[in-house]
Design a protein around this ligand. Structure first.
Ligand code: UD1
Length: 421
């Protein structure tokens, strides 16, 4: 378990490249199970959740190589159709193999994900959707046991938007008999990336990027190649790092349309932003940080995966702000840790009230989940003195070399390895 030691207060400058999106990469990797052959996924981020997914695919019989940011997969020799608890407990997104395995092989056994650090996180929408498509599903000994002859098309209405259920059912529907309609489908860019990949494999999907996806099943799909979209959450995290340290930096290889809600709020907070086709420059040197309330929502709303970082930013704004999470009602484990750095935040129900303070001061703090750890790193960059962020394995699940990227911009951040952290 490594820790980060951060010497706060150093301004950042320069340009940094955004990696491929974790939340796009995981379903793209799973989609390769829908056909046998050689796939290439470009711009894949080298981070722990991706490695976990590759190991799970290897268990299923997939051969892979990972060179630079290109993953090559050979899915011709699948030998297993199960996702054991050992993988799913490490990463809930392992559930993404359920739809493709069931649809292509007529059977899948996937460990039921448990709760997580910020609440129950059920998978009922995945299961009920597959049942509607004709699957027989039972829960036995902690596993989802699913079988079918061939899935059939149907109309599925999601009571609320789910990224994972949309992705899983879209993959399953691609090989089903007949047409599946997903109403109130997630519109996240990562889902659009997946839909385009499936289309390149021969799937017939209408309504890509809209809340109504119409998928006409085909008898077989072919291997394909795709470029993973840039990680909008990493990009947003880096922009907030610049805002909190009153710096000017450029992030490259990003897509501002995917980040629109975050960029608009950053401008409301007083940051100056400039764009080119694939770069965003933030000029925060003279920033007088204003309070900006946010409420998270499905895309194109403000992402829940940026909520913790936004709270970190608001700790230094002049006034009181309210941050509400409508997706994950309990996702506030970063708050007590930010308060240890001198922040003044109170959580009530699914909202945090942040009273801005004039400065944060360094301390030892504990990472509790992926985005919570990012918020602690951001606070540490802005705090006076030394901050130690313990248990950064949470952060390593979803950021590729964040500390190296920040250090290349001039941040005082180093990784210290040791079992006691
Ligand atoms: C994905 C992202 C995660 C992000 C989340 C919301 C990946 C790998 N992870 O997670 O980083 O925070 O979207 O943008 O892409 N729900 C149900 N039943 C279900 C499924 C979901 O009630 O069967 C609820 C969840 O508890 C949550 C909401 O729906 O309140 C949205 O969850 P969902 O979009 O499914 O999140 P994930 O796909 O797990």
């Amino acid at each position: 378990m490594d820790k980060f030691v951060i010497e706060g207060g150093k301004p950042l400058s320069g340009t940094v490249q955004v990696s491929g999106a974790k939340n796009a990469s995981l379903p793209l990797l799973s989609a390769s199970l829908l056909s046998g052959g050689i796939f290439k996924l470009y711009n894949t981020p080298r981070l722990n959740d991706v490695i976990t997914m590759l190991k799970l695919l290897e268990h299923l019989g997939v051969e892979y190589s990972f060179s630079g940011s290109t993953v090559e997969l050979n899915t011709a020799g699948i030998t297993h159709t199960d996702a054991p608890y050992e993988w799913v407990k490490k990463m809930r997104a392992s559930i993404y193999v359920l739809g493709p395995l069931l649809s292509r092989f007529g059977q899948a056994k996937v460990s039921l994900p448990g709760g997580c650090a910020w609440g129950p996180r059920p998978v009922d929408l995945h299961i009920s959707g597959l049942k509607k498509m004709g699957a027989e599903i039972s829960i036995e000994n902690g596993y989802i046991i699913a079988t079918c002859k061939r899935l059939h098309g149907t109309k599925i209405n999601f009571d609320h938007s789910s990224v994972g259920a949309t992705g899983n059912l879209m993959m399953a529907a691609a090989l089903a008999q007949g047409t599946t309609i997903l109403n109130n489908a997630a519109m996240e860019p990562e889902i659009t990336n997946l839909a385009r990949f499936l289309t390149l494999m021969g799937a017939r999907i209408n309504g890509i990027g809209t809340p109504i996806l119409e998928i006409e099943g085909v008898d077989a799909l072919q291997p394909a190649e795709i470029h993973t979209i840039p990680d909008r959450i990493e990009a947003g995290t880096l922009l907030i790092a610049a805002a909190m340290t009153r710096s000017t930096i450029t992030i490259s290889g990003c897509n501002d349309i995917h980040l629109y809600s975050v960029l608009a709020k950053l401008q409301d907070a007083g940051a100056k932003l400039n764009y080119t086709d694939d770069t965003i420059t933030i000029d925060a040197q003279e920033l007088e940080l204003k309070t900006v309330d946010i409420s998270t929502g499905p895309f194109p709303g403000f992402p829940t995966d940026m909520q913790a970082q936004w709270i970190a930013l608001m700790t230094l704004a002049g006034g009181v702000s309210t941050i509400t999470d409508t997706i994950y009602l309990d996702r506030f484990s970063h708050v007590p840790e930010l308060n240890r750095l001198g922040a003044n935040i109170i959580v009530h129900d699914n909202s945090a009230t942040v009273r801005g303070v004039s400065k944060l001061t360094g301390a030892k703090v504990m990472s509790t989940d992926l985005r919570a750890s990012a918020s602690l790193v951001l606070a540490g960059l802005a705090a006076e003195g030394i901050t130690e962020v313990l248990r950064v394995y949470h952060l390593d699940r979803g950021y590729e070399k964040l500390e190296s990227k920040l250090a290349s911009l001039g941040a005082g951040i180093t990784r210290v390895s040791g079992s006691e952290y």
